[in-house]
Design a binder for this molecule. Sequence first.
Ligand code: SAM
Length: 346
Amino acid sequence: MNAPFPLDSAPAPLVDPYARPITYLRVSVTDRCDFRCVYCMAEDMHFLPKAELLTLEEMARLCGAFIRHGVRKLRLTGGEPLVRRNVMWLVRALGGQLGRGLDELTLTTNGSQLAKYAPELRDAGVRRINVSVDTLDPAKFAAITRWGRLEQVLAGIDAAKAAGLKVKINAVALKGVNDGEFDRLIAWCGEHGHDLTLIEVMPMGEIGGEAGAGDRVAQYLPLSMVRADLRKRWTLEETDYKTGGPARYWRVKETGGRLGFITPLTHNFCELCNRVRLTCTGTLYMCLGQEDSADLRTPLRASPDDAGLDAAIRAAIARKPKGHDFVIDRRHGTASVPRHMSVTGG
Ligand code: SAM
């Protein structure tokens, strides 16, 4: 397969109606996943027919168009990006754009396939990855992911570290599930040299159940409270560290590690949003927490030259909303955005 990256003259960078430069594209390369995390997917998910997916060459071409428009950071996500067949072809094709407009290529993964792919990822130019680990308790891990095995994920994380990849652990904060474990996660991340980010659960996608695992109200844990509690035992020093994403970081003095908080509900981060999200069918979402989207697959397939695609990208960015409207309360107990996180990848 050849990666289609035409060396046209660069169009003007993308700037949305609120004067925010759009420099970060997240790409969900598949909606499928080998886990079924209780807050992310229903157990009996229906996935897209393969015929609807963009090919990897089409994804590379779309990413190339965004890079020409000034996107400097790409994150591959999913579903689980490493279960897409032949995904390493895409990683290598995009890695070839590093230093040619692209500053960073990274991915978010559940870690299940990292033992197999870590050296190849590093070889293709990936330097940092996010791995989702909500708990270090094997039984709880199995319960949260439904299908995952903690041991396999930890082996994948070790492989990533050994391959020279910097690992950040992402943990979704779930009331009554992992809220007693943040001290352990902080200490473990400190020992292994991983940064840690805690994430508020977002009301996305129907996940089944009126109570317990399926109930957003029951799951929601405001991170402002978590941080106040952690401060009783850890010294959290403010930093101005930025990764281009929405997390705000503190330094944990006792471990030397960084601790980030992603707080779409207690403090939304929309004013600095620099991101848009592409699905594996070529639909562009201009906001994680809104339904408006743009079809890029039609202009992509309509012509081998990118004029129509470029126009569709610019028209989409011109509609990027000011912010999301996530709400979790008793009336909005389930999904305030009907799309599952696996469609747009977080
Ligand atoms: N499979 C990969 C993984 O596990 O990281 C990438 C896709 S996953 C959808 C990306 C991130 O979104 C994970 O860290 C996951 O925990 C998080 N996530 C999924 N559903 C969420 C929700 N409703 N609220 C907050 N985070 C969520």
